[in-house]
Ligand binder design. Structure first.
Ligand code: 8YV
Length: 332
C-alpha cells in the first residue's frame, strides 16, 4: 500500500526523521530541489505535517501561519516537536479542524534543570568565575564575592508542568515560592498573585515559564522589572517574546535589576549586541531541552502522535486548543 505523504518543512532530529520515514512518505522540504513546486504538488491532498520551533532548523524558520494552512484543504494534523507551539497559528488550526500535538512531560525535568542551573549561574556568577580562572586572574587575587540564593523568594510566572518542576527544585534549595498565572490552582501550596506586578514586588527572583504567543507578549516590561528591584534577578526559559527586551536591557544597564539569565531571545538566534557585551548576565543558546535523552524522547513522541493519529487511534498528546476527539474532522 502506498504510504501517506507527511510534510516536514524544517529538519527535525534524525530519530524523528527515521521514525516518521518508516510509516509515511516523508517529504523533507529543505532537501527538495524546488520546494515551491513540491508544495504546490502536494497541497491539495496533504493530511499530515511534522514541524518544530525554529531552534532546530539551522537558521530556517517555517511558521505555520493561517496563510500557509489555507493551502492545505485536507490537512488533519500538525505534530510539533516542542512543548511550546507559538510557531503555529493555533486559532487557525482550531478553526480548520486541524489537530495540533506537542511534546509535553518528556522535557519537563530537563527544562527545569536548565532553569535552575541558569539561576545558580546568575546568582553565583559561575560562568564569570570560570572565565576569571582561565584568564589567570586568580593568580593575582580571589574572585569577587557574589550575591546569594539564601533568603530569596522566587516568583514563578506560569505554573504549568515546567513551572511546578522548577518550584519543587526551589523548595529543595530553601527558596520561598510564589506564582502568577491566569488563575489560582487549588492543588498548588504556594501563594498566588493575581497581579504580576504585586508578585514582582514581593520576590527577588522572577522565573518565566509561561507559554509564548500573543497572550504573553512583553508581559515582563519596565514596570515589572522596576517592581522586581535592584537585587532582582530575571530568568527566562520560556520564549523571548514574553520579555520586553529593550526594557530589560535598559534595566540591566541602569542597575534597576541585578542580573538576568536568558535561554531564549526575541529574535533568536540573533542576540542584541548590548546583552552580549554585558558581563553580569548569563546567556544560553536555547538549550532548555537540549540533551540527547530528552530530544530523543521528544522525537519519539512526535512519531507516536503522527503514527497513532494516521492509524485512526487519535493523537497521544493533542494541545488544549484542539482536543481529541471533539475537535477533529469528521473523517477521524
Ligand atoms: C526546544 C522548546 O528547543 O519545547 C519547547 O517549546 O522550546 C524546546 O524544547 C524546541 O522545541 C526545539 O524545537
Amino acid at each position: 500500500m502506498a504510504q501517506d505523504d507527511l510534510l516536514m518543512p524544517v529538519p527535525l532530529p534524525p530519530l524523528a526523521q527515521e521514525g516518521l520515514g518508516e510509516s509515511f512518505h516523508l517529504i523533507k522540504l529543505w532537501e527538495e530541489p524546488n520546494p515551491k513546486a513540491t508544495l504546490a504538488a502536494i497541497a491539495p491532498g496533504l493530511r499530515f505535517i511534522a514541524t518544530g520551533v525554529p531552534i532546530l532548523t539551522e537558521g530556517m524558520s517555517y511558521p505555520i501561519t493561517a496563510a500557509f494552512l489555507a493551502r492545505f484543504p485536507k490537512l488533519e494534523l500538525v505534530a510539533n516537536l516542542g512543548v511550546g507551539y507559538d510557531n503555529i497559528d493555533i486559532a487557525a488550526c482550531a478553526a480548520r479542524g486541524v489537530v495540533v500535538t506537542n511534546t509535553p512531560d518528556v522535557l519537563t525535568e530537563e527544562t527545569a534543570d536548565t532553569a535552575f542551573g541558569l539561576l545558580l549561574c546568575v546568582i553565583r556568577q559561575f560562568p564569570q568565575a570560570d572565565r576569571y580562572l582561565r584568564e589567570g586572574k586568580w593568580l593575582k587575587t580571589a574572585f569577587p564575592l557574589t550575591a546569594s540564593l539564601r533568603d530569596r523568594t522566587m516568583g514563578i510566572v506560569g505554573l504549568g508542568r515546567i513551572g511546578r518542576a522548577i518550584a519543587r527544585r526551589g523548595e529543595a534549595f530553601g527558596l520561598k515560592i510564589a506564582y502568577h498565572g491566569r488563575k489560582a490552582q487549588a492543588d498548588a501550596p504556594w501563594p498566588f498573585y493575581e497581579r504580576l506586578e504585586d508578585m514582582a514586588r514581593a520576590c527577588d527572583i522572577l522565573m518565566v515559564s509561561t507559554p509564548g504567543g500573543p497572550a504573553t507578549r512583553n508581559l515582563i516590561d519596565a514596570p515589572i522589572l522596576d517592581a522586581l528591584g535592584p537585587q532582582g534577578v530575571l530568568i527566562n526559559i520560556a520564549r523571548g517574546s514574553v520579555v520586553d527586551e529593550p526594557a530589560l536591557i535598559a534595566a540591566l544597564r541602569e542597575g534597576r535589576i541585578l542580573s538576568a539569565g536568558l535561554d531564549v531571545f526575541a529574535g533568536e538566534p540573533e542576540i542584541p549586541a548590548e546583552l552580549v557585551a554585558m558581563d553580569h548576565v548569563v546567556l544560553l543558546p536555547h538549550v532548555g531541552s537540549a540533551s540527547h535523552a530528552t530530544r530523543d524522547a521528544m522525537s519519539a513522541l512526535v512519531v507516536d502522535n503522527a503514527v497513532a493519529f494516521a492509524a485512526g487511534r487519535g493523537p497521544v498528546t493533542p494541545v488544549a486548543e484542539t482536543p481529541w476527539p471533539l475537535h477533529a474532522k469528521a473523517a477521524h
